[in-house]
Each structure stands twice: as structure tokens, then as C-alpha cells.
Design a protein around this ligand. Structure first.
Ligand code: ATP
Ligand code: MG
Length: 232
């Protein structure tokens, strides 16, 4: 059976998409699900976040049909790495991407998008079964997320993730309140700011003993929404 496609997107860069993607993939895999991260970032940040380097072939070759599905395995999670080769993919239609995905038997594909307005990011939203829209506690992040959500089909299941919240800061508390009002029709997940988790992205899960901090628990709580059937 074809896996569910969960796209992790945001209206703005640097908001925490990759961090959410990698921790979610790890959590789902610990729950016994088969998961592949599809990294659409030319900087190949998911490989870095997992602690893998020298991943030379990945999603670009797979999308172009030059490679069979050959992900890099990492501790129960598979990765189709991003990389500069993604820059040469300028045309790819949703049915072609969907047909690539449908050939692979997995529970979940987590697609980590790059820039919100990049054609590949938009394509990843088009083929999603569920969409996570991430923002940091910044008004421009909320505006960008709201604009992104508005452009997508109403019947696509979506959730909003407010990442990197520092509970000691009044601005962050105000933005969290605004977010629950703006996205009142969607599930909203708040992720606390966490220095240990921040380190994971640059040093990699393979090199960092990921403590089950509150922020990791916050991200893990999103798996219930991912695994629940949208039609019940
Ligand atoms: N909960 C958190 N607490 C503290 N820092 C965080 C948290 N989540 C992410 N970060 C940090 O914020 C920065 C951006 O995170 P990340 O790379 O996941 O964002 P992104 O949306 O994927 O960025 P890009 O748009 O460049 O792909 C990184 O330094 C990361 O370590
Ligand atoms: Mg990223």
C-alpha cells in the first residue's frame, strides 16, 4: 500500500521545519512505522541533522527516474537526501511525483520543503495527504503561514505548528495567542524553545544524544495527528 505523504512547509525560512521533520521521523519509526524523509533542501539539511555526511545521491536522482528508490538508512529512518542537484529540477508534475511515491511500500513519507515559493515546495504541498505548516513566534511567520494555508485546497488536512516558543517572553506568549485565534479551525501544536534540540540540527542525531526534553515531547505529540485517520 502506498504511504501517506506528510509535507512540512512554512511561509518563511528558518522556522524549524527540518527540526520538526527529523524528530517526527525518528518518533514515528520508534512507534514501529516505516518512514522516509524526502529532503527538498539544496543544502541537504536533513542529512546534516541526522549526522550523515557524504550523501551524494538522493531525491534529485530519484525524482528524475535515474535511480531506483534507494534511501540512506539511519536508525530505522530512511532518507532521500537533498543537495545541489535539486537545482536542476525545474519541471515535475504532481502525477509524476505521486507515481514515484506510490511505487514504494512505506507507512509515511515526510517531505521537508525548502523555500515556500519554490516550485518543488509547492509541488510537495500539492501531493500531500496531510500538511504541517510551521512558523516561529514572529508576526511575519504567522502572516506567511496564513498566506500559504489560504492557497491550498480546503479539504486538505492541515495543522499549524508554532515552533521555538520561549515562555518567558511576552511577545512569544502574545503570538501564541494570536496563532490560536488565526488558526482556530486547525489543530495547533506549540513547540517550546530548547537549546539541546537546537544543537541537534548542526551536530546531528547520530552525534548527539537526544534527550527527551519538553520540546522533543512537544514534537512527538504531533504523531497522534499524523497517524489518525482524517476521514473519521
Ligand atoms: N524548538 C527549538 N528550540 C530552539 N531552537 C530550535 C528549535 N527548533 C529549531 N531550532 C533552531 O532554529 C534554526 C532553524 O531550524 P530549522 O533548520 O529546523 O528551520 P527550517 O525551517 O528547516 O529552516 P530552512 O528554511 O532554512 O530550511 C536551527 O538553528 C535550529 O536548531
Ligand atoms: Mg530546513
Amino acid at each position: 500500500m502506498a504511504g501517506s505523504v506528510i509535507t512540512i512547509a512554512g511561509g518563511k525560512g528558518g522556522v524549524g521545519k527540518t527540526t520538526v521533520t527529523v524528530i517526527l521521523a525518528s518518533e514515528l519509526s520508534q512507534q514501529g512505522k516505516t518512514v522516509c524523509i524526502v529532503d527538498l533542501d539544496q543544502q541537504s539539511t536533513c542529512a546534516i541533522a541526522l549526522g550523515l555526511d557524504d550523501v551524494t545521491e538522493g531525491v534529485a536522482q530519484w525524482l528524475e527516474g535515474k535511480l531506483p528508490y534507494a534511501p540512506t538508512p539511519f536508525d530505522g529512518v530512511s532518507l532521500l537526501a537533498g543537495g545541489p542537484q535539486l537545482g536542476r529540477i525545474t519541471t515535475l508534475d504532481p502525477p509524476r511525483l505521486k507515481s514515484r511515491i506510490d511505487k514504494v511500500e512505506l507507512d509515511y513519507f515526510l517531505i521537508d520543503t525548502g523555500h515556500a515559493w519554490h516550485p518543488l515546495s509547492r509541488l510537495a504541498c500539492t501531493v500531500a495527504d496531510k500538511l504541517l505548516v510551521v512558523s516561529d513566534p514572529h508576526t511575519l511567520g504567522l502572516t506567511g503561514a496564513a498566506a500559504l494555508i489560504q492557497r491550498l485546497p480546503e479539504n486538505l488536512p492541515k495543522a499549524f505548528v508554532l515552533s521555538k516558543i520561549d515562555g518567558r517572553r511576552n511577545l512569544h506568549k502574545e503570538i501564541a495567542q494570536q496563532a490560536s485565534a488565526v488558526f482556530k479551525d486547525l489543530p495547533v501544536f506549540n513547540i517550546r524553545s530548547d537549546a539541546a534540540l537546537e544543537r541537534t540540527l548542526s551536530e546531528g542525531l547520530a552525534n548527539t544524544r537526544l534527550r527527551r526534553t519538553r520540546a522533543v515531547e512537544d514534537i512527538a505529540s504531533i504523531t497522534d495527528w499524523i497517524t489518525e485517520d482524517p476521514h473519521v
